[in-house]
Every structure is written in structure tokens, then in C-alpha cells.
Design a protein around this ligand. Structure first.
Ligand code: NAD
Length: 393
């Protein structure tokens, strides 16, 4: 099959196996190139469970845990294998590459493909940890999902990305066509808001944490981390003050509750607020692609640009495992979005936002960088790959 990107409404419908492998290898190479990788003997982490392990921040966390900290990793991800006519999902190829690369270095790395919200998958993970891994030193909870079937009663909840209270109108972009758009998003109703909290809030993280505690699968001193986002006031109506922000507030509140349940192993749960990056999840949030294209320009100009792997490497080495107390903000959250949120960065973004137009897109934004990043996470846009070549799936 000849595989060229098929993109509709900021969603890429296919993936390139060789390109996804290359994408993962570039993350591994980044970690290998850093100055202080650990040996298995002196690593503070031996076993890691990553929920949402095949893409975005979860994948990058797993690369850092495996190749920076020489940890064994068990992953959970919701991905589809290819069939005769369809490619696999990008996460499926990325996961295949990562687990093969780790296994080749005698690290244990397996992934359970299935619905992390289900009791069945949780049970499978618990059994696997008990039989093959032992207690974990770190749980990374990095799910981004549009729906959740509540295992308690089988109800399906769908998350929405909408403002609360009133409509929100803003400038946005179709990053693939390079067209600026003015979008208006109607506010969510209460049911949609509650459903978004059910999907992306802390409920499922609490279930995983409780199950791991009950089964003695957290090692002494274990860390338990979930990812959140705050971002600038520019995106507050659709993010922090919108339905997803309600869910994130619920997730963030869960951290203290979970920590209190982990006292028996002296474990702690944290939220890490990460920076905005291009992932399949963030590409479909209205307004965010334009913000990202501007942010890339501003951060690259100041040599502060980071993608998922740089963020996760910095999170592990300068926050989670830097030695001593983990540095947190007033609300107990780890802030690895600190560079994005620097006042001079945000002022420059606001200035660019107010002047961006069809005639100056290339000067004011790094739309090309955004596109490249978006293509890369699906295995496209690598000059070393001949995309006209027929590939066996
Ligand atoms: P992503 O879309 O790149 O990855 C999501 C992962 O979740 C994939 O591995 C996918 O397989 C898995 N997944 C989804 N539904 C699942 C299910 N039902 N069962 C098992 N696995 C499932 O997402 P991302 O952007 O890396 O987001 C991960 C976390 O990071 C989210 O909590 C998100 O809010 C947070 N975050 C993202 C950004 C950003 O800019 N992308 C910024 C800060 C924080």
C-alpha cells in the first residue's frame, strides 16, 4: 500500500509504519544523547505503569523511563492494528517500535491494548504486574479520550470541548490549509459538562490508584502522576474555564485524595501541568492550533522550544527525580509549563495574536513547524522516507 496522509478536520486518518518508528527512535535518541542516563543499578525507578502509553505525553514518559532510567514498563493504550485496507493507528506503530527497542536492550516492555476505563483491562494489568513485574515505583496516568464507559453501570459518557455559560468567538486556524477562521462555539449544557468530568476528570485515576493499592502493587515511596494543562488567558474560555477545565480541576483535586490513600507505602500523587504541544488530542481543541503555531514561533526565537520528549525528560530529571522535595506551585502542582508561562513569552504571544492575519501568517506564526510536528506524530513528513514506496502492512 502507498500511504500518504489523509487529513480531515485536524484529524489524520492514517499512519505510516516506518515514519512512526522513526518518530519513536528520534525520542529514544534524544534521551540517549542527554548527559546523565541512569544504569539499572542506580535508577530510582524499576517498574513503571503508563496508562495512555502509545502517544503524546504518555509515550514520551515511557521513552524517558525506559531509556533514561532503565525501567521496565507496562503500558495500556487504545489502538487498532492495521487490516488489509487500513493502516494501523499511529500509536499502534509507535508502541510496536518502543516495545521492540526496549526489549532489544533487555528491558521488559509490554503493552495491553484495550480500554483503560474497563474493569477487564484493569484486572489484566494487575495480573500482569503480579506475575511478571512486581510493585511499581511510578504510575503515569496520561489518558486523553473522547468517551468513557463507566465500569460501574455501563453508561457511556462523551466529553465535549466547549465554553461554559456563554458562547465564545475567537480566531482559529485550519493548520493544514493555512486558513484563518473565526469560530463561535456554543456553551455546554450541564449534562455535557458533567459527562466531560466523567471522562477526563479524576474518577478513573482514583479507580486505578485504589486497585493498585489494594493489590499491594505500589512500591514503597511510589509516585503517581497525572497530566494537566492550564495555558494562557487567551484560551481560558475554551480550555481552563470550559468543560475540559472543569474535568482538569476534578483531576487536580483527586491528587490530594489519592495521596492520602497511599500513606501505607509512603507514596504520593501529583499533577504535572505540562506545556501545550501538538498531539492528536490537542489538535482538535478549537483555537489551540493557532495558539500553538504562535507559541512555537515565540519559543523557538528564544531557544525555549520543547516537544513532548524534552518536556518529559525535564519533568523526570529536574522535578520528579531531582532528589529532595518535589518542587510544586501553591496548589501542590508540578509546573513543567514554566517556560511556556513566562511573562515575556505570553506577552509576545498576545502581541502576535492581535496582529496575525492572512498576509503575515508566515512571519507571525510557525505554522510550518506545527504542520511538520502534526505530520511527524502520524509518521509523515520525514525527508528520509520515500512515501511513494509500496509498503506491506
Ligand atoms: P494523546 O492523544 O497523544 O494520547 C492519548 C493516549 O491515551 C494514547 O496512548 C491513547 O491510546 C490513550 N487512550 C485514549 N483512550 C484510551 C482508553 N479508553 N484506554 C486506553 N488508552 C486510551 O494525548 P496527550 O495530548 O498526550 O494527552 C495526555 C494527557 O496529557 C492528557 O491528560 C492531556 O490533557 C495532558 N496534556 C496534554 C497537553 C497537550 O498540549 N497535548 C498539554 C498538557 C497536558
Amino acid at each position: 500500500m502507498i500511504i500518504k496522509p489523509m487529513i480531515r478536520n485536524n484529524i489524520c486518518l492514517n499512519a505510516h509504519p516506518e515514519g512512526c518508528a522513526r518518530y519513536v527512535r528520534s525520542q529514544i535518541d534524544y534521551v540517549r544523547g542527554q548527559s546523565a542516563p541512569f544504569s539499572a543499578a542506580d535508577s530510582p525507578i524499576k517498574n513503571v505503569l503508563v496508562i495512555g502509553a502509545s502517544a503524546g505525553y504518555g509515550l514520551a514518559s515511557r521513552v524517558v523511563a525506559s531509556f533514561g532510567y532503565r525501567a521496565n514498563t507496562l503500558g495500556v493504550a487504545f489502538e487498532k492494528a492495521g487490516s488489509g485496507k487500513r493502516t494501523a493507528t499511529p500509536g499502534w506503530y509507535c508502541d510496536r517500535e518502543l516495545t521492540a527497542a526496549a526489549t532489544a536492550e533487555n528491558l521488559r516492555a509490554e503493552t495491553i491494548i484495550g480500554d483503560a476505563f474497563s474493569n477487564e483491562v484493569r484486572d489484566q494489568v494487575l495480573q500482569k504486574l503480579k506475575s511478571d513485574y512486581g510493585p511499581i515505583d511510578l504510575l503515569v496516568y496520561s489518558l486523553a479520550s473522547g468517551l468513557r464507559v463507566d465500569p460501574a453501570d455501563g453508561t457511556t459518557y462523551r466529553s465535549v470541548l466547549k465554553p461554559l455559560g456563554k458562547s465564545y468567538s475567537a480566531r482559529s486556524i485550519d493548520p493544514i490549509r493555512g486558513e484563518l477562521l473565526d469560530v463561535t462555539i456554543d456553551p455546554a449544557n450541564e449534562e455535557e459538562t458533567a459527562a466531560t468530568v466523567k471522562v477526563m476528570g479524576g474518577g478513573d485515576w482514583k479507580l486505578w490508584s485504589a486497585a493498585l493499592m489494594e493489590n499491594n502493587l505500589f512500591a514503597t515511596g511510589a509516585l503517581n502522576i497525572a497530566y494537566s494543562y492550564i495555558g494562557p488567558e487567551l484560551t481560558f474560555p475554551v480550555y481552563r474555564d470550559g468543560t475540559i477545565g472543569r474535568a482538569k480541576a476534578d483531576l487536580e483535586r483527586s491528587a490530594a485524595e489519592i495521596t492520602s490513600t497511599m500513606s501505607g507505602v509512603d507514596g504520593r500523587a501529583y499533577i504535572s501541568v505540562n506545556k501545550a504541544v501538538v498531539t492528536r488530542a490537542s489538535a482538535v481543541i478549537p483555537v489551540v492550533p493557532l495558539y500553538l503555531a504562535i507559541l512555537f514561533k515565540v519559543m523557538k526565537q528564544r531557544n525555549l522550544h520543547e516537544d513532548v520528549i524534552q518536556q518529559m525528560y525535564r519533568l523526570f530529571t529536574t522535578r520528579l527525580y531531582a532528589g529532595g522535595e518535589i518542587e510544586c506551585d501553591d496548589e501542590g502542582r508540578v509546573r513543567i509549563d514554566d517556560w511556556e508561562m513566562r511573562p515575556e513569552i505570553q506577552q509576545a504571544v498576545i502581541a502576535a495574536w492581535s496582529e496575525v492575519g492572512a498576509d503575515n501568517l508566515a512571519e507571525v506564526t510557525d505554522l510550518e513547524g506545527y504542520r511538520q510536528n502534526f505530520l511527524n506524530i502520524h509518521g509523515f513528513g520525514f525527508p528520509q522516507i520515500d512515501y511513494s514506496k509500496d509498503i506491506a502492512l
